[in-house]
Ligand binder design. Sequence first.
Ligand SMILES: [Mg+2]
Length: 363
Amino acid sequence: MTLPRLTVRWLRAVPVTVPMKHALGTSAATVRTAPVLLVDLETHQGVTGRAYQFCYRPAAAPAIVCFLDDILEAITGAPLVPADLWSVLSKRYTLIGVQGIVRMAMALVDVASWDALAQAAGLPLVRLVGGIPRPVPAYNSNGLGLMRVDALADEAERLLERGFRGVKLRLGYPTLEEDLAAVRAVRGRISDDIALMVDYNQALTMAEAIRRARALDEEGVYWIEEPIRHDDYAGCAQIAHAAATPVQIGENFSQVYDMEKALAAGACDYVMPDLERIGGVTGWQRASALAAGAAVPLSSHLYPEVSAQLLAATPTAHWLEYVDWMTPLLAEPLRIVDGMAVIPDRPGNGLLWNPGAVRRYAA
Ligand SMILES: [Mg+2]
């Protein structure tokens, strides 16, 4: 298949702030509104590619826009070849480092580029990267933050509507006993065949992580996510060795190089790269190949609309992390049927803005 020839004409970025239906209450911070940047990449051929970025903090959006302007200066008129653009921009940002806000801007361009190429080819993104649109198993990652333990069970039950086969509970309460009470409250309400993932968001020390992970081995937990500092791969390896429950990390892998180091260190049983941090669709493909070579199950982190397309073409695809934050902003939000994400069988990555909502939530 020959990729359509497109060249970069313009980048447009619109910051929005969307209220979240469920607050995200993690051990690190509580997020109640989602600061999101919507990006359109226009080509001279009339095709417009789309991407968005969850910015974590509202202050990140204008900073990313500054870098998008800087990127545009470098790539206006350039052929839309994502791996080449990634190389050119990596070189441009060698001294400041391809990380944080710089990498967010680069990933936006990469995701939007792939969308434009898929649209021009008349194919859903999944087909362009070698897969077919098929249902992708998803767990519901909305809600279940650090909250009053007696409210958790009802929320878990609500989150299983639409047939989800898994939910994720945030842990990192002050004591192990409170963590156990939270897990038992949820596990006691949902049926045994529902996967219960738990996420510490890097809250624990090594010693405490080993103590809590061993205790959780008795509680029917599906994976333990980011128990300690995300880049302490030797520490993660010790926890993975000490606990029977699989250890999951990866949302903080910065490009495929971090994932390579983590796998070499035996830091985890599962990986869950983030579409932005891993380096957009181009970075995902490298991560997907690495996971396939190591036979490690690969899940996604946030960004469910585009991640679903990529998981459908990932050899060791595991779970899609589903969050509904983008639902109000999309003309066609990602559909979940019987707990599976449904990939739309139309050209592109599935992102189409809802103009009324974009105006309403403009930041
Ligand atoms: Mg996490």
